[in-house]
Structure formats: C-alpha cells, structure tokens
Design a protein around this ligand. Structure first.
Ligand code: G3I
Length: 400
C-alpha cells in the first residue's frame, strides 16, 4: 500500500526493514530525493550522479573532498540499519572517514544491569570502522539522558563516583587506542536550571557535585591516553541571548576544568540547526571557536542536522533548498577556523533521522523532515542539495 502524505511515499511493507521504532510510529516515510539522483551501490561502490554526471563516489565523495583539506567528515551510525541493510554500510564507508554510534555507546545500551556490560553493538561499530579505515568518535561516557532503568534505584551519593569511574575505565579501556575522540561529558550546561555556574542539575551533579566533570575527564585519560577528550553540547550556535549565555557558561566550565588540570582537548559543537534565522547563525559560534582555540582546544561539529519543521512552504524542493542553504552558510563560517577538525551529521539519510519522531515535528505532523545530506528509498541512497552544499563548503575550507 502506498499513500502520499507529502511529496513522498509511505510504504507500509518496508517499515520493519528500514525504520526504527520512532520512524514506524511516524508513518515509516520512505521518500525519493526530489531530484532522484540515486546512489546505486554495486560493489565496489561507485557513485555517480546519473542525471547530471556529477561524480559523487571516489574522488567525488565527501570523504575525498574532506581529506584533500585534512578534515574528518562523518555521520552517526544506527546499528540496526548497519546490521540489516548492506547499502547503509557501503555508503558510509564510501562517503565518510569517521563514524560515531548514535546510541550504541551510551549507558543504556552498554549497561543491561549495574554489574554487567553488553558490548555487542559497540564492538560491531568499532569492527566496521576498522574494516573500512574509518575513525571512531565515542559518544558518550557521561550524560544525564539515556541512563539505564536500574540507575535511579542503584546510584547513591556514596557509590556514584565509583560507578562513574568504573564505567569509564571499563568502556574507554576496552577501546583504548582505537577511538579518535571521546565525548567524555555530554550536555552538562543548562542555564534554565538556575545555578550561577550554569550547570545542569543532572543526576551526576546531584549525586557527586560539579566536580563530576573533572572526575570523568581524569578517568577517561587514565583509561585511554590517546583519545582526544571532548566536552560536547548543543545550543551554542545562534546569536540569541540564550545561546550567548550558554557559550559563556561553557567557556567558564572549560576555564574551571583547565585551572584544575583536567585533560580536556576539544569541544563538540553539536549543531542541531534549523531553517530560517540564518542571520543569527555564524558570528557568535565563530568567535566561540576562536576563544576555544586560544585555550588550545580544537572544535568538532559533532551532530549536524537541520530541522525544517518551521518552514511554511509545502514544497520538498523548497525544504531541500533551505536546508542546503543552512549547511553551506554554517559550514563556510565554522570551517574558516583551522581548529575545526571534523564535521559529522547526526544520521545518514533523512528517513532515518531522530527528527522524524512526531514530537520533533509539532508544526507539520504530516510532513517528514529533510534534515540530512542524503535520502533513501528501498535501500538506494541519493545525494540531496545539502550533500553538494557540504561538499562545496569542504572545498572552500581554509587549510594550509
Ligand atoms: O532502548 C530502547 C530499545 O530497547 C527499543 O527497542 C527502542 C524502541 O523504540 O527504544 C529504545 O531506545 C531508544 C533509543 O533511542 C534507541 O533507539 C530511546 O527510547 C530513544 O529515546 C533514543 O533516542 C536517542 C536519543 O539521543 C536519546 O538517547 C536518539 O535515537 C538519538 O538520536 C539521540 O541523540 C542525541 C545525542 O545522543 C546527544 N545530542 C542530541 C541528540 C538528539 O537528541
């Protein structure tokens, strides 16, 4: 059965293969990219934009364009798709040189019980990456979300420090020497919680105090001397009062960490962006990146995507154009700084994005979002305008 809900198709026969639970509930949207330039991926992958002859594989891949500038380009990987859909892994290996697990290295995935670990999916990600010579970002070692169900009843002020350091020693220790960079602490700043230091009132803060951040960084360094240790956060990209305050609070946290000798080397700027508001996107984050560099910190764009729910036009071409404009504008701005070493999108293709969850589409519940670089239909991937916008921003990146 196929029915149109927007300029795309809902194909109910395919939902179990391609979609995760949230997408199934969103209607399992499988859309062709508007210009229908398919990445058919025979082995070895050889991608050509059939319609206009633009090479998108080999020398035309994002990977080749990024490597020409010494940059990392990658995406978050959904392990179910990697297991179930051969073309998913082939496109990732063809287009990228770094990957990050969307969920497989989080506490809820790794910690079925308080005394055991399940590394099946995380091991599979690292094996896939090593097989295809991709670097791996580890995401993440300490976060207030995605904690396992047992956590609330088990963690106490007495054992939380040990719980955190044991987890980090075990996880970062297992992949010692094989991880490019770890998001050691994720999203520790949340101004609205009202603390003077801007820190989020998270389980970790309540159980251990603000020093949980230093503890986590030291444990990560003990466990893996070579991974680049990263603080990762969102809401740092726009020139709004809230995001200005958040950038300032992150900088204060970093000053405090550095003063305490904590081994921090990079900041992950998640970059969950939106269409519109382009005039307030760029200057502040550029300045922030420069300030980080003065503190000897590199920057990574760790989770880029563009939410288009706010667009009023009911037109896929317009959605794609506006999304691509945000990619181009933002990447041109941040890639001016040589301290920006990596760009990763949060997912491979639109239809697989977390932004398809109904709660992320409040204004247009009947319309799928088009936030990423590729579209997919029947396991065949197609480059979207955002793909070309990203590739051209990589080409323009100022690099020695
Ligand atoms: O664990 C259950 C699983 O057993 C069950 O089969 C499945 C069925 O729906 O639900 C499961 O967990 C879900 C998990 O994704 C894996 O699919 C969680 O409910 C769901 O909340 C979780 O969402 C993830 C979210 O982080 C929370 O961890 C999203 O996929 C992921 O895209 C999102 O990623 C975050 C970054 O880590 C940090 N920055 C923001 C970004 C977007 O929210």
């Amino acid at each position: 059965m196929t029915k149109r809900i927007w300029q795309g198709r809902v194909d109910s026969t395919r939902r179990s293969v391609v979609m995760q639970g949230f997408l199934a509930s969103a209607g399992a949207v499988l859309a062709s990219a508007p210009a229908a330039r398919a990445f058919d991926l025979p082995r070895p992958a050889k991608l050509r934009d059939a319609d206009n002859g633009i090479e998108t594989s080999g020398r035309g891949s994002l990977r080749a364009h990024a490597e020409a500038r010494g940059l990392l380009i990658g995406c978050a990987v959904n392990m179910s798709l990697l297991e179930q859909q051969p073309s998913y892994g082939r496109v990732i290996a063809e287009q990228f040189n770094v990957v990050v697990g969307e969920n497989c290295m989080k506490w809820a995935a790794l910690r079925p019980t308080s005394t055991t670990f399940d590394f099946k999916q995380a091991d599979a990600l690292v094996a896939f990456a090593e097989e295809h010579k991709l670097k791996v970002r580890g995401h993440n070692l300490c976060w207030h979300e995605n904690l396992p169900k047992w956590f609330a009843a088990t963690a106490t002020k007495e054992n939380a420090r040990q719980l955190l350091t044991d987890h980090i020693h075990t996880v970062a220790g297992r992949y010692k020497g094989r991880i490019h960079s770890w998001d050691v602490v994720n999203e520790a700043i949340w101004i609205k919680d009202g603390r003077s230091d801007g820190m989020r009132v998270s389980p970790w803060l309540e159980l251990i105090g603000p020093e949980y951040v230093e503890i986590a960084f030291r444990a990560a360094r003990d466990a893996d001397p070579t991974a680049i240790l990263t603080y990762n956060d969102y809401g740092l990209e726009y020139d709004t009062p809230d995001e200005l305050a958040k950038r300032a609070a992150v900088l204060s946290l970093i000053e405090r960490l550095q003063a305490a000798g904590a081994p921090l080397q990079a900041v992950g700027i998640q970059s969950h962006l939106r269409t519109g508001d382009i005039a307030s996107l760029g200057d502040g984050v550029h300045d922030f990146i420069k300030k980080l560099h003065k503190r000897r910190l590199d920057s990574f764009i760790t989770e880029m995507d563009v939410n288009d729910d706010g667009l009023s036009e009911e037109d896929v071409t317009q959605q794609d154009r506006d999304v691509a404009t945000v990619y181009k504008h933002y990447l041109q701005e941040v890639l001016k700084e040589q301290s920006v070493k990596a760009v990763l999108t949060w997912g491979l293709a639109d239809q697989q994005s977390w932004l398809q969850a109904e709660k992320e589409r409040p204004k247009h519940p009947e319309r799928a979002q088009r936030p990423l670089l590729l579209g997919v239909s029947d396991g065949v991937y197609s480059p979207k305008p955002a793909f070309y916008a990203t590739r051209s921003a990589l080409d323009e990146a100022k690099r020695r």
